[in-house]
Ligand binder design. Structure first.
Ligand code: NAD
Length: 306
């Protein structure tokens, strides 16, 4: 039987995921609040719909790619999200048929994933958290990586869709664990961008060019996603066009700080990095590319090319 897929949130990531699934011959329906996002998805073979009810009526699996945890909670539970009981008739929980699998690729919080999963389970709807890495290019090419929080049985049923949309999948635990792993990943990415900028700036002042330094770092033990992907693709060429915004990365850094505090941990390096991202609001708008954080380390070396 053909699995029919829905994608909710057709932005930089969700638009690419929907197009990838359509290329793999899944019938794909797409919903976004933005007409422009729906039109773009339609040009890539996705069938656009203009309401959640229309989407949920037609699908077996739904992918969420929304900005934040609160959007996921609001969409899934609606007004009932803030109440002990009650069902909001406009929510996914009320509108979806039993047997639906929700794959949430949003970088969200472990508690939101667990809360939404528990509520949806009362209606026979399964929920897994599967946040992603790889950026819009990875989403559009189906090469993203996923860290997944799910029960084995649900994961097995979702696997054909997950395999079509990603290049690698690591099942890290039960529901919520995917977001723990993603928050840890982005805490490191936030740190590596700044630490690599400091290393590149230091070496440049000492007479070694950024290009040569990166070649050396990437052959050595100082390499990271920042030195291997971010600097060569979006920083050194001053393009700053990764498709991941400063606002979304600040959200992720905040999620790491919140999780650290909830756990009662003191992590001095992470807390300094979080402070640097927070202070960057003074010069860098939420709409800027997240890689622009390096301009705070060395505006002359990393300043915008325009
Ligand atoms: P985006 O802002 O480009 O897209 C989000 C889309 O969701 C928008 O088109 C918006 O209109 C839509 N939307 C918001 N609320 C909605 C609702 N209630 N119903 C329907 N549509 C709604 O964001 P993005 O860059 O695609 O990121 C999506 C998620 O993926 C975020 O959680 C982000 O942290 C994560 N992520 C992004 C990247 C990246 O490189 N951009 C990489 C990994 C993970």
């Amino acid at each position: 039987m053909t699995t029919t897929v829905g994608v909710i949130g057709l932005g930089n990531m969700g638009g690419g995921m929907a197009a990838t699934l359509a290329r793999h011959d899944f019938p794909v329906f797409g919903f976004d609040l933005s007409q422009a996002a729906r039109d773009k998805a339609a040009a890539a073979g996705v069938i656009p719909v203009s309401s959640l009810a229309e989407l949920l009526d037609r699908i077996d699996v739904v992918i969420l790619s929304l900005p934040k945890a609160e959007h996921v909670e609001q969409l899934c539970l609606g007004k009932a999200a803030g109440q002990a009981n009650g069902l909001d008739a406009s929510s996914l929980m009320a509108l979806a048929r039993p047997g639906l699998i929700v794959i949430d690729t949003t970088t969200s919080t472990p508690e939101t994933s667990r809360k939404v999963a528990a509520a949806l389970a009362t209606r026979g709807i399964d929920f897994i958290d599967a946040p992603v890495s790889g950026g819009p290019k990875g989403a559009a090419s189906g090469s993203m990586s996923m860290v997944i929080g799910a029960e084995e049985e649900v994961l097995a049923r979702a696997m054909p869709v997950l395999e079509a949309m990603s290049g690698s999948r690591v099942h890290v635990g039960s529901c919520g664990a995917g977001n723990v792993a993603k928050i840890a990943n982005n805490m490191l990415a936030a740190c590596h961008l700044i630490s690599t900028a400091e290393a590149v700036s230091m070496a440049a002042k000492a007479g070694v060019s950024p290009e040569k330094l990166l070649e050396g770092l990437n052959a050595g033990s100082g390499r990271s996603g920042a030195s291997q992907v971010m600097f060569p693709s979006w920083v050194i060429n001053k393009a700053f066009d990764s498709g991941f915004t400063m606002g979304l990365m600040r959200k992720d850094v905040g999620l790491a700080s919140d999780l650290t505090a909830e756990l009662g941990l003191a992590l001095p390096l992470s807390s300094t990095v979080a402070q640097l991202w927070d202070e960057s609001r003074a010069t860098l708008d939420d709409s800027e590319d997240f890689c622009a954080i390096v301009q705070r380390t060395d505006p002359t070396l990393f300043g915008h090319g325009e």
